[in-house]
Design a protein around this ligand. Structure first.
Ligand code: HEC
Length: 148
């Protein structure tokens, strides 16, 4: 191995190491985010919208636009947005199908309205996004995990 090659290899290893240290893990998906007193009600809450192509397109526009979800959750929805890198726990990875089998859409709606206590997930009031827009964004997030 030439001198320059080993410098490059060391650089790449250094970068991978730095990324591994900087990016925090997600919080356990099995632990509900909604407080116990409100959990049953949140779990039962159903979206008024069906995930039609129109609803998913509107949800994508919210996610990537005025909702600013992408800044933390990433354009891909994997939780790798630029503003998410510094957050611990890391933003949720919506492309994980297992997450969507554990979390109901009602619980997701609760989190969008109230935030996720003790994390960087902010709460959205109706001046930021309306209830309908929140449901559209959630339909889009669920579609990233292959949910129908
Ligand atoms: C400032 C960064 C940030 C922004 C902006 C953001 N999120 Fe999050 N989000 C997070 C973090 C961090 C978590 C992980 C919280 C946790 O593990 O409890 C999260 C988690 C979630 C969860 C899952 C919570 C659970 O039950 O595990 C949902 C749903 C969610 N976000 C929806 C959205 C939507 C919809 C938007 C845009 C309208 C959005 N987020 C914008 C940081 C953000």
């Amino acid at each position: 191995m030439g001198k320059s090659t080993s410098v490059v290899v060391a650089g790449v290893v250094g970068l991978v190491f730095a990324a591994g240290v900087a990016v925090a893990a997600e919080k356990d998906i099995k632990v509900p985010r909604v407080p116990a007193a409100e959990l049953a009600k949140a779990k039962e809450m159903k979206s008024p919208l069906k995930p039609t192509p129109d609803v998913l397109a509107k949800g994508k526009a919210i996610f990537e636009g005025k909702g600013t979800c992408f800044t933390c959750h990433g354009n891909s929805g994997k939780g790798d947005g630029p503003a998410g890198a510094a957050l611990d726990p890391s933003p949720r990875d919506f492309t994980n199908p297992q997450f969507h089998t554990i979390r109901t859409e009602g619980e997701m709606f609760w989190v969008v309205k109230n935030g996720s206590p003790g994390t960087g997930m902010i709460s959205y009031n109706p001046a930021m996004i309306t209830d309908e827009e929140a449901w559209q964004a959630i339909a889009y997030e669920r579609s990233l995990g292959g949910a129908k």
